[in-house]
Design a binder for this molecule. Sequence first.
Ligand code: URA
Length: 274
Amino acid sequence: MSKVSDAKEILEWYLLAGVDETCGDVPFASLKQGKEILRPISKQADNKVAAATAARRPATTGLAQDTSGAFQNAQEICAKAENLESLRAEVEKFEGCSLKLTATHTVFGDGNPEAKIFLVGEAPGADEDRVGVPFVGRSGQLLDKMMASIGIDRTGYYISNILPWRPPGNRTPLDSEIAVCLPFLKRQIDLVDPDYIFILGGSAANSLLDTAETISHLRGHWFEYTKSNGKKAKALASFHPAYLLRTPGQKAKAWADLLRLSKELGSGNNAESC
Ligand code: URA
């Protein structure tokens, strides 16, 4: 194997392990006791990096530490947002969730805002954070295939996440982070006004359906979701594509869920296996 592909494999392994940012040009043993840590970056370069970082990541306000204040602020923003674009602009400015400080992009939503189906995932991963669009990485590619198997592409649905910012290293989102950001997703759902919501994974299902049941129990059943205008949407939960990539043996159940969705949409069962 060439040195280039060795290096590529090592970098891919780092990414999988959640190591997706460098903090210097030269590695150093941060755990070595009693030795002065080498600072490979000159003071001047260091200042430039600090200034660029500060410009990109606004200093945290007290709001990010005050969950109920941040939640209230999120609700006020949502009450004023008349359309998806103004909501997107407000979410991009929001200072009440510290996940934003470590994220590169706000990942707001994608797809057709006129669609009757709204897909909900958990949180952006590294690829989505880099690009600013939900479900563009490996999970997204599988999801695209799953939806294509029932004849629907992104022009046929809108897609978003419980959280608009990537948790560092893809860690599990905190309940407080979900609580603060949930009004944004709910407002997005109100504005798209779908008839169907397809929920991907336990975390999204628990948040949106307000239940602590496991995804194994929730999946495959229809639920009623009430939008803020009082109108109902039919909600179906299924396994998250990232889980299906790790546990392909569960794909048959996800397939059954897709067929359930397809049948309900009236598109019949002319689907191909994914
Ligand atoms: N997983 C998610 O839940 N959402 C994304 O946008 C990407 C991966």
